[in-house]
Design a protein around this ligand. Structure first.
Ligand code: ACO
Length: 433
C-alpha cells in the first residue's frame, strides 16, 4: 500500500501491488475511518483498519462545547475565552453556558440557580453511607461511590433517551456533587456534616458545607469564594480528556449518568490525569530553597527528574488556565499566611522559562503548577485536590453526556483490536498441560 495524496476534499490510495485505487472523502480535515473497510488486504479480513493506541490522531466525536488550540495556548468554552469567563462569569453562569450553548440572561440565570438550589440537599441516607466507609478510604473513591449510590435514589435516571429526564438528572448531579464533596472532606476529618444553604448561592453554600462549624455562623472569605468559583470554572471542561472520554464511553452503553460520572471520577483520580498538582507540591517542598533550583533543573535536563507542573500533551504554549490560577494565588495568600512554596514556584518558573532546554521543547507551566499551592493555601490536603477538580468537571462530563446522546452518529463505544494471540487450537487434557 503506498501513496496517500492529499487533495481538497479527497484522498486517493493506491495498492502498490495490484494498482487498484480508492477515493476517500475528507470532511472537516478528517478521514472517516470506516471508509478504510472497503480496502481489502487478505482473504479473510474485514478491510483495512486504522490503529491508534491512546487516540493520538483520532477524533471520536463531533463536539461544539470546548475548543483548544494548544500551539497558541487557547482554551474556549462555546467560543468564549477561559480568561474572560474566569474573570467575568460565575461558575453557575459557566455551567449554563456549557450545557445550553449560550450565557444566561438575568432571568435564565435566576431560574437555573433556583433549580440548583432546589436539588442542593442530599438524601439523608447518604450520610449513613459515608459513615460506613473505612477510615482510610481515598476521598476520590468516596466521591465516586457516593455518586454511584446516589443513582439508586432516582431509578428514572435509567431513561437516558428522555430529554426532560436527562435535564433533571443533570441539575441534580450538578447541585448535589458539591454536597457530596463536602461530605467527603468532613468524613476524612471525622467531622459532623454541615448541610447545604441553597439560599446563600452555589459557591458560598459549598464553602460553608466544607468549612463551617456545625451550628455556628460562617462568613465566607471573598478571596476564597472568588478563587473557588474561578477554579471550578477553569476545570469545568477540557474537551476529550481521559475522564470525559471515560464518561462518554461508559454512557454509550446507555447506563444511567450516575454510573457514568462515577467512572469519570475514577479516571480523573489517576496520577497521569488529575493527580499532578500533588506531585508539584511535593517537588516544591523537596527543592526547599531558591538556591537549590539550578541543581534541580539540571537533574530535570539530564532526565533524572521531571519538572512537575510543566509541559502538556496539547499545550505547546502557556496553559491559559495556569495564567489565571497564578494570579489567583496572590489574592488568596494576601488574605492568609504567606507560603514559601509560592516563592520557590515563581523562581522556578522564571529560571525555567529562560532556559533553552525548556524553551526549545515548548515546556510551559500547566494548570497543575499553581493549583496545588492555591488549594493548599485554602487549607486542604493534596488528597482533596482531585475531588475539587471533579466538582468543577462535573458540568463538562454532563454536557458531553447530553451532547453524545443527541448525536445520531454515536453508538456504543467499541474499538477494534489487532489480535496478537494464538490461532485456534485444541484444549489439551490436564495431564498434557
Ligand atoms: N520536565 C522535564 N522535561 C520534560 C518535561 C518536564 N516536565 N515534560 C516534557 N519534557 C521533555 C521530555 O523529556 C522530552 O524531551 P526529549 O525530546 O529530549 O526526549 C520532551 O520534553 C517532550 O516530552 P514528552 O514526554 O514527549 O511530552 P508528552 O506530551 O508525552 O508529555 C506530559 C506531556 C506528560 C504532561 C509531560 O510534559 C510531563 O510529564 N509533565 C510533568 C507532569 C505534569 O505536570 N502533568 C500534568 C499535565 S496537566 C493535566 O494533565 C491536568
Amino acid at each position: 500500500m503506498t501513496s496517500v495524496q492529499p487533495a481538497d476534499d479527497s484522498l486517493s490510495i493506491e495498492h502498490s501491488t495490484s494498482g487498484k485505487k480508492w477515493e476517500l472523502h475528507v470532511e472537516d480535515g478528517c478521514l472517516r475511518a470506516t471508509q478504510l473497510r472497503q480496502i481489502p488486504l487478505g482473504q479473510t479480513d474485514l478491510g483495512l483498519l486504522s490503529y491508534d493506541p491512546a487516540f493520538l490522531n483520532t477524533a471520536s466525536c463531533r463536539s461544539a462545547i470546548t475548543f483548544i488550540d494548544g500551539e497558541a495556548g487557547i482554551l474556549d468554552y462555546r467560543g468564549y475565552s477561559i480568561e474572560d469567563l474566569a474573570e467575568t462569569a460565575t461558575y453557575p453562569e459557566v455551567c449554563f453556558l456549557l450545557l445550553n450553548g449560550e450565557l444566561p440572561n438575568e432571568s435564565e440565570l435566576a431560574s437555573f440557580e433556583a433549580e440548583l438550589a432546589e436539588e442542593a440537599v442530599l438524601p439523608a441516607d447518604m450520610i449513613e453511607l459515608f459513615a460506613a466507609f473505612p477510615d482510610n478510604m481515598h476521598p476520590m473513591t468516596m466521591l465516586a461511590s457516593g455518586l454511584a449510590s446516589l443513582g439508586a435514589k432516582y431509578p428514572e435516571a435509567d431513561q437516558v433517551l428522555d430529554e426532560a429526564n436527562r435535564k433533571r438528572q443533570i441539575i441534580r448531579l450538578l447541585a448535589k456533587t458539591p454536597a457530596l464533596a463536602a461530605l467527603v472532606w468532613r468524613r476524612t476529618q471525622n467531622d459532623s456534616p454541615v448541610g447545604a444553604s441553597p439560599d446563600k448561592g452555589f459557591i458560598a453554600s459549598f464553602l460553608r458545607m466544607l468549612l463551617a462549624n456545625p451550628g455556628e455562623d460562617f462568613e465566607v472569605e471573598d478571596s476564597f469564594a472568588r478563587a473557588m468559583d474561578a477554579l471550578l470554572t477553569l476545570h469545568a471542561d477540557h474537551e476529550q480528556n481521559c475522564s470525559t472520554n471515560a464518561v462518554r464511553a461508559v454512557a454509550s452503553s446507555h447506563v444511567n449518568p450516575y454510573s457514568a460520572v462515577a467512572a469519570g471520577c475514577f479516571a480523573l483520580h489517576g496520577p497521569l490525569h488529575g493527580g499532578a498538582n500533588q506531585a508539584v507540591l511535593e517537588m516544591l517542598e523537596e527543592i526547599g530553597t531558591i538556591e537549590a533550583i539550578p541543581d534541580f533543573l539540571e537533574a530535570c535536563k539530564c532526565g533524572d527528574r521531571r519538572l512537575m507542573g510543566f509541559g502538556h500533551r496539547v499545550y505547546k504554549n502557556y496553559d491559559p488556565r495556569a495564567k489565571v490560577i497564578s494570579g489567583l494565588v496572590e489574592s488568596v495568600l494576601d488574605a492568609g499566611q504567606p507560603d514559601p512554596r509560592l516563592e520557590i514556584a515563581r523562581a522556578l518558573e522564571a529560571i525555567a522559562r529562560e532556559d533553552d532546554y525548556f524553551v526549545s521543547r515548548k515546556l510551559f507551566p500547566n494548570v497543575d503548577f499553581y493549583s496545588g499551592i492555591l488549594y493548599s493555601s485554602m487549607g486542604f490536603p493534596p488528597s482533596m485536590f482531585t475531588v475539587f477538580f471533579a466538582v468543577g468537571r462535573m458540568v463538562g462530563w454532563l454536557a458531553h453526556w447530553d451532547e453524545m446522546l443527541r448525536d445520531p452518529e454515536q453508538k456504543i463505544a467499541r474499538p477494534r483490536q489487532i489480535y496478537t494471540g494464538h490461532s485456534r487450537r485444541e484444549v489439551p487434557k490436564m495431564a498434557n498441560r
